[in-house]
Ligand binder design. Structure first.
Ligand SMILES: C[S@@+](CC[C@H](N)C(=O)[O-])C[C@H]1O[C@@H](n2cnc3c(N)ncnc32)[C@H](O)[C@@H]1O
Length: 300
């Protein structure tokens, strides 16, 4: 994790989809050319409802450099809070919704490496409305970042899925029934119709297997906080869903930023200041056994 920026830059440099020396000249020149996209991306996140064209390689590269390093820590910090409860077997299956380039997967593999030496295999099912478009960034996660922090075997399946659509999880019902972990990270403020999202999460609560974990983490946008409240209400009436941890966390990044980035992209100028911390809301849930009341026992 300490060399995360370096691994990201190596991945970008090694992928012709991002950096082509014939067209873009030196890598320094390429980083300078990203300044416009970094400013544009940051501006688009100022709004409560976010619309971003993730198809553009320059936008993805900007995301990888300016947001991803902090976001890789979110799920990791939550898992660290759960470490006494979240014990994993040799093989772990996990679903990541709205994962884009998958920094949350880096958080999970880092956790497994630190706290679960017996886990050798991770089957990661990635669902995103723009699954195909995120492929170049996801490959950087898979080929340049995870192998540096975890020695296990990663099988990564990625599929297009829009959880803003009615009954979106019905097609993956059998997968949902066999997972250890579900993660929703940083994707709520791109969903306009909250009611459908909540219906889908309800379906997930119904179908998740006993002793599976659900992690929800998102930035403190007003729209996201309403969704958190609505999920809290759903959880309140479900006896089998246990709240393990909930609250607000602050992640302060101490990752060293390579000089080449400081000189050419995160220069400290307006719109190009490296981020030092993020605050986010989270909810960590476990599905327990369904409690069946035996009303015959109640004396009247
Ligand atoms: C800000 S990015 C977050 C990516 C990643 N989870 C992270 O923490 O960096 C938001 C992601 O949500 C995805 N997304 C937006 N609307 C979605 C929807 N309706 N269904 C599934 N994914 C969606 C986007 O494609 C994008 O990958």
């Amino acid at each position: 994790m300490k060399r995360l920026y370096e691994h990201i830059l190596n991945g970008i440099k090694g992928s012709r989809l991002f950096y082509d020396p014939k067209r873009q000249g030196t890598f320094e020149n390429y980083l300078i050319s990203l300044q416009t996209s970094v400013r544009e991306l940051r501006k688009s996140y100022w709004s409560n409802f976010v619309v971003v064209d993730y198809a553009r390689p320059s936008i993805q590269a900007s995301y990888l450099i300016t947001y991803y390093p902090h976001y890789a820590q979110m799920t990791l910090e939550i898992l660290r809070l759960l470490w006494s409860e979240f014990s994993c077997d040799r093989e772990v299956k996990a679903c990541f919704f709205g994962a884009g380039p998958c920094p949350e997967l880096v958080g999970l593999t880092q956790f497994l490496g630190d706290r679960s030496p017996k886990t050798r295999t991770l089957i990661a099912n990635i669902y995103d409305i723009a699954a195909q478009r995120w492929t170049p960034s996801r490959l950087i996660t898979q080929n340049y970042i995870i192998p540096k922090s975890w020695r296990g075997k990663l099988f990564l399946n990625s599929e297009k899925l829009d959880f803003g659509q009615k009954s979106a999880f019905e097609n993956i019902q059998s997968i949902v029934q066999s997972q250890k972990l579900f993660v929703f990270q940083n994707c709520f403020n791109e969903i306009i119709d909250r009611s459908i999202l909540l219906e889908n999460i309800n379906f997930l609560f119904d179908n998740a297997s006993t002793d599976s974990f659900i992690i929800i983490a998102d930035l403190l946008y007003p729209h996201n906080l309403i969704i958190f409240e609505e999920i809290d209400e759903m959880v309140d009436v479900r006896e089998e869903i246990e709240v393990l941890q909930a609250g607000t966390l602050r992640v302060t990044s101490s990752l060293p930023i390579p000089q080449i980035l400081k000189n050419n992209l995160l220069t400290g100028e307006d719109g190009l200041i490296p981020r030092s911390r993020i605050n986010f809301r989270f909810l960590a849930l476990r599905k327990g056994d369904r409690i069946s009341h035996n009303y015959d026992d109640i004396p009247f």
